[in-house]
Every structure is written in C-alpha cells, then in structure tokens.
Design a binder for this molecule. Structure first.
Ligand SMILES: Nc1ncnc2c1ncn2[C@@H]1O[C@H](COP(=O)(O)OP(=O)(O)OP(=O)(O)O)[C@@H](O)[C@H]1O
Ligand SMILES: [Mg+2]
Length: 221
C-alpha cells in the first residue's frame, strides 16, 4: 500500500514540483502516472524511493513512514521496491545472467540461491535463451527485459517504472507493458510513468494525471 497525504516538494531554488498530492495505491494495483514534462512524475518516484524527501506531507509505503525512516534503514527499505528506467541502466560489460545476479550479490544471497533465482526470473521475462549474451548485443526491448528481471529478482512487493518504453518502438513497448501486466497479475503492485496515451488506452488500468505538480485526475479506464 502506498499512501501519500498532502505531499508537496520544492527543490532548492526551484518552484514546487509537487503540490498537496494525496493518493492511495492499494496492494496489487496497476497504476499509470501521466502528465506533461515537468509535471512532477519522476519527483513522485524519487520520493517513493526515498532519494529525496517531501517539503511537506507524509508518504507511507508498505507500512513504512518515509519521514521517520532513518538513513541506516534506507537500503533495507529500497530492497522492497524494484525500479526500471527508460535508459535501462545495465552494467554494459556484463552478460545478461551477471546483470541480474549482481542484484542478488549486493544483498548477500548465496551462489546456490542465485543459481536458482536468476534462471527462474529470466524465464519469466522470456530471456532464458540469451542468458550468456552480453547486454550490448541485445535489442532495446531485450535490454529492458533484463532490467525488469533485475528489478524482480529480489521479489519486491512494488515495481516502479519511469518511462520504461520511452526508447522502444510501439510494438516492443506494448510487449513490455504486457510483461509488466503479467508481473502485476502474479501479485506485484506496479506503478508506471508513461507519456504514451496509446498504451494507456489499450491497457485499461487506473490512470493518475499530474498537472504542474497537482493531481489533476485519477480514474479507472
Ligand atoms: N534535482 C532538481 N533540482 C531542482 N529542480 C528539479 C530537480 N528535479 C526536478 N526539478 C524540477 O521539478 C519539476 C518536476 O520535475 P520532474 O522530473 O518530476 O518532472 P517529470 O514529470 O518527471 O518530467 P519528464 O516527463 O520530463 O520526465 C520540474 O520543474 C523540474 O525542473
Ligand atoms: Mg521524469
């Protein structure tokens, strides 16, 4: 569950990026966040990751009050969230398997666990056959699948995606959105920032629209 109560965010020297946003996302929901460039979408995501703090208001994510979360506990909190970006952010010198395994190594998983979990998650995203490929040899859609596998391998309750299909053609974008839908159907809460009205119209999910930092609309399509 994500609960934002009257959240505002002003950056230093900047105008307010978010203004009095109140929003609840229940466990198991799939929600699109839309809005023009500068509307505050990525700011919302950064607040949820506790990469930045609100100027006013409260955020509670999976029973954690982010204003009360100590710096020491931030890494543990972040492990409960998977994140995917437009530019994939893979480790370019490593192969597919190693990119996903890396996320498990940093949280101290044993080699035995990694050998079990990584092939399983690569199967889920449809990349079993490419596990040895260097990520530089993959298409954009395949690279995004690796990024999604990496985000999922530690079994987060929540998956956040910031324009995950921004660099992909329309067909590949739809395939990636369908994959995110499957992930949601298997129990993960999914929040996707997108500019694509076409995709949003096809997917028929809840759509939250931000307009200059304010929540303009919130409806189920
Ligand atoms: N680190 C920062 N310092 C100062 N201002 C910032 C910072 N990050 C974002 N902003 C400002 O906050 C506002 C919201 O930015 P944000 O990145 O959340 O928008 P966005 O909706 O994600 O836009 P886009 O669709 O272009 O990614 C913008 O006016 C932006 O210039
Ligand atoms: Mg953004």
């Amino acid at each position: 569950m994500i609960e934002l109560n009257n959240v505002s965010k002003s950056y230093e020297r900047g105008k307010r990026a978010l203004k009095n946003v109140t929003l609840t996302i229940r466990d198991g929901e799939f929600v699109f966040i839309m809005g023009r460039s500068g509307a505050g979408k990525s700011t919302l995501l950064r607040l949820l990751m506790k990469e930045t703090d609100p100027t006013e208001g409260t955020l509670v994510v999976n029973d954690v009050d982010l204003n009360r979360l100590s710096r020491r506990n931030v890494p543990k909190y972040r492990r409960t969230i998977g994140v995917v970006f437009q530019d994939f952010r893979l480790l370019k010198h490593l192969n597919v398997y190693e990119n996903v395994a890396f996320a498990q190594r940093v949280i101290g998983k044993s080699t035995a666990e990694i050998r079990e979990n990584v092939p399983e998650v690569l199967r889920r995203v449809g990349l079993s056959a490419k596990y040895k490929a260097n990520v530089r040899e993959l298409s954009g859609g395949e690279q995004q699948r690796v990024a999604i596998a990496r985000a999922l391998v530690n079994r987060p309750k929540l998956l956040l995606a910031d324009e995950p299909t921004g660099n992909l053609d329309a067909k590949t974008a739809e395939d990636i959105m369908r994959l995110l839908e499957e992930i949601n159907e298997s129990g993960t809460t999914v929040v996707v920032i997108t500019h694509s009205a076409d995709i949003v119209a096809k997917m028929k999910k809840r759509v939250v629209i931000l307009d200059k930092g304010t929540l303009r609309s919130d409806e189920e399509l």
